[in-house]
Design a protein around this ligand. Structure first.
Ligand code: SAH
Ligand code: MG
Length: 195
């Protein structure tokens, strides 16, 4: 059997319109994981397993738990993770993240799921983050619409943009965390837990 390559996942995502992390965004995230010696990761939003696989490959003592609510994507993720021989280090939970109760504590939580629910994800999983741990959030630019939403007239899109703006405000005002925003990829934030 021909070995599946990371590039194959990137291609599959483009062809099938799966919103995996952008190249510079995932590069930034994996670099952060490396530099900060992150070992235990919780991801909200697996899609086809691309970012989970990229994160797990940073070092062979990294463990990733990732949650996906779409059955087709969950199944694909499981297959892809098997093909990369990472089933022992990446576990995928098929459920809506808001219905999942995880016990473990993590060094990093990566929020990359429904953009309208980021505050809920953040508040729900805060208890699972170690002190000095990091919450990374993706898509805070939302294709540039967060800065300027005059490019769309779609009501749902406008509402999502409003929710992302609320989330950004929520992060800025949250005194338990120190958040830095980056214009990398589709907009990424790093929130470090201070207390
Ligand atoms: N992190 C992935 C991309 C995730 S795309 C990568 O970069 O490779 C976002 C995914 O989140 C979608 O597959 C969607 O089905 C899933 N999702 C959205 N809301 C969710 C929720 N509440 N619980 C679990 N998964 C969710
Ligand atoms: Mg994303």
């Amino acid at each position: 059997m021909v070995q599946l390559r990371i590039e194959d996942l990137e291609e599959y995502a483009i062809v099938n319109n799966i919103p995996i992390m952008q190249k510079d965004g995932i590069e930034f995230l994996t670099q952060y994981i490396k530099e900060n010696n992150i070992k235990n990761i919780l991801e909200i939003g697996t899609a086809i397993g691309y970012s989970a696989i990229k994160m797990a490959r940073v070092s062979n003592d990294i463990k990733v738990t990732t949650i996906e609510r779409d059955l087709e994507r969950y199944n694909l993720a499981i297959k892809n993770i098997e093909k990369f021989n990472l089933s022992d280090r990446i576990s995928v939970i098929y459920k809506d993240a808001l219905d999942v109760d995880v016990e473990s504590k993590y060094d990093l939580i990566f929020i990359d799921a429904a953009k309208g629910q980021y505050i809920k994800f953040f508040e729900k999983f805060d208890k699972n983050l170690n002190l000095n741990g990091t919450i990374v959030s993706d898509n805070l630019s939302f294709h540039g619409l967060v800065l300027d939403d005059s490019k769309t007239n779609n009501r749902n899109t406008k509402q999502l943009v409003r929710k992302i703006r609320n989330y950004i405000e929520f992060l800025k005002e949250n005194k338990n965390y120190k958040t830095t925003f980056y214009t990398i990829g589709d907009g990424v934030s790093i929130s470090i837990k201070l207390k």
